[in-house]
Design a protein around this ligand. Sequence first.
Ligand code: TMP
Length: 209
Amino acid sequence: MASGCFVTVEGGEGAGKTTQLAFMRAYLEQAGRRVTPTREPGGTPLGEEIRALLLGHRHDGMALATETLLMFAARAEHLERVIRPALATGHWVLCDRFTDATYAYQGGGRGLPAQRIAILEDWAQGTLRPDLTLVFDLPVEMGLERVGRRGAADRFEREEKAFFERIRAVYLDRARRHPDRYRIVNADRPVEAVRAEVETILAGWLERC
Ligand code: TMP
């Protein structure tokens, strides 16, 4: 059986990932594809416990190395139990954030050198990389305003604007350097316009996976 397609969705806070992921899943299922929707950090029972440690406020002063290694600990579990088995049985894996988020948040946001992340990426993933990564892009202030309306901020959402500007810059830089794998989607538009663009992108990938 052919391997499925590994699609990841990235972006700053409040970019509308969750809404678009639901549309993406419905679109792919209507096209007859089997879909495994999942997220990071998380996606497994152990990974969700790690997510709670990472996003909650019980460990606010967590060291950057700890934060990064926990992201990869959750990722290793996720790869082993969910992502690799799903791809091997021909499922499309739709993942809400993946290793690009580590480059953007721990790398760009917090200043961890990208070479360190690359070592962990190679170790945890081997040669596995997403086939397609959608970067939902919108001005930082707009995203933070949307997030602000949702209620209590998690450990990342509480950061200052400059942190999110650095994150945005890393996502855009990575996307521009590898246009074969990444698509930048302007998320500063009505939901239906974003949806139409995303579905056009996915239509192009239906022939490949
Ligand atoms: P979200 O998926 O609901 O946006 O929340 C996940 C948060 O975790 C988000 O603020 C980004 C952050 N994150 C990292 O800092 N590094 C990572 O590798 C991943 C996957 C997420």
